[in-house]
Design a protein around this ligand. Structure first.
Ligand SMILES: C[S@@+](CC[C@H](N)C(=O)[O-])C[C@H]1O[C@@H](n2cnc3c(N)ncnc32)[C@H](O)[C@@H]1O
Length: 257
């Protein structure tokens, strides 16, 4: 079996689906989706509109109700039948996608795989909001994080301590704990700091609200947001005059004397 699998170049593609809008898939993701025999997709997070690109006869398997062991066993079985497999995750697979352990199990089973990046929710949010999250003189750091829930965040990454940087902070997976998040953020950001509450970016029922930090929890409850919500807390959401050196006429660099 091992020799048989080693002779296959790539058997499984772990693909980032982006935030939900099919137009935001990479070209590589589109190609893979339109040719794959089997698509295993995180149905709780990837909208069905993405699957319109798949072959009519492709086998489409939702994964939300499966354990990691079941998912990998399915992959192994399909690889043995010489099927091409796309494992579709929301956004970019490098964050909050539970791919680490999946890749480990694939490697242990000698299944060759490749990872195809996707657009993460924070990038889709910045585009929708028409903001740059790094504005010179204002903010130069982006923090991607979450609050502790059933998955604990290590104490060294505690939200209040990250808030102390007053960076552009993108908060994933935290709508269920929004009061706690607001309290911790308020230790360092002013109550008037803008917060963009972004629900299902790129889905047909997308909702975006921008409110001061002091209304973050209240607005989340009013809109009844529990899942698939990203918060962007950033001074860059305010109108600002900051300007970078790169295209400044008074600044010289390698490509402009
Ligand atoms: C399991 S994580 C997956 C993150 C994903 N890998 C990414 O790069 O965006 C799910 C969380 O990501 C955020 N998220 C993912 N897709 C989103 C979308 N379309 N709109 C708003 N938030 C989204 C939300 O915070 C959600 O709770």
């Amino acid at each position: 079996m091992e020799t048989q699998l080693n002779s296959i170049k790539t058997a499984v593609y772990i693909v980032g689906a982006g935030p939900g809008d099919p137009d935001l898939l990479t070209v590589k993701a589109q190609k893979l989706l339109s040719t794959a025999d089997v698509i295993l997709f995180a149905d709780a997070l990837v909208p069905e509109q993405i699957l319109n690109l798949c072959r009519q006869d492709a086998e489409i398997i939702p994964s939300a109700d499966k354990t990691l062991e079941e998912i990998v066993a399915l992959m192994l079985e399909r690889v043995r039948s010489h099927k091409s497999i796309v494992r579709l995750h929301s956004g970019d697979p490098s964050l909050y996608s539970a791919v680490h352990e999946q890749m480990q199990m694939l490697a242990e089973a000698n299944i060759p795989f490749e990872v195809v990046p996707g657009i993460s929710a924070f990038q889709a949010a910045a585009a929708k909001l028409k903001v740059e999250l790094t504005v010179p003189g204002l903010v130069q750091t982006i923090i991607l994080t979450r609050i502790s829930g059933r998955t604990e965040v290590p104490p060294t990454e505690e939200l209040a301590s990250l808030a102390a940087h007053q960076a552009s902070l993108c908060l994933y997976l935290s709508a269920r704990h929004v009061e706690n998040a607001q309290t911790k953020l308020s230790e360092h950001y002013s109550d008037e700091t803008p917060v963009a509450i972004c629900f299902r970016l790129g889905w047909p029922d997308e909702k975006i609200r921008v409110v001061p930090l002091k209304q973050m929890a209240e607005c989340t409850h009013q809109e009844n947001l529990i899942r698939t919500t990203l918060y962007v807390i950033s001074p860059a959401l305010l109108p600002t005059n900051g300007r970078s050196h790169l295209y400044n006429p008074e600044y010289q660099h390698l490509f402009r004397a």
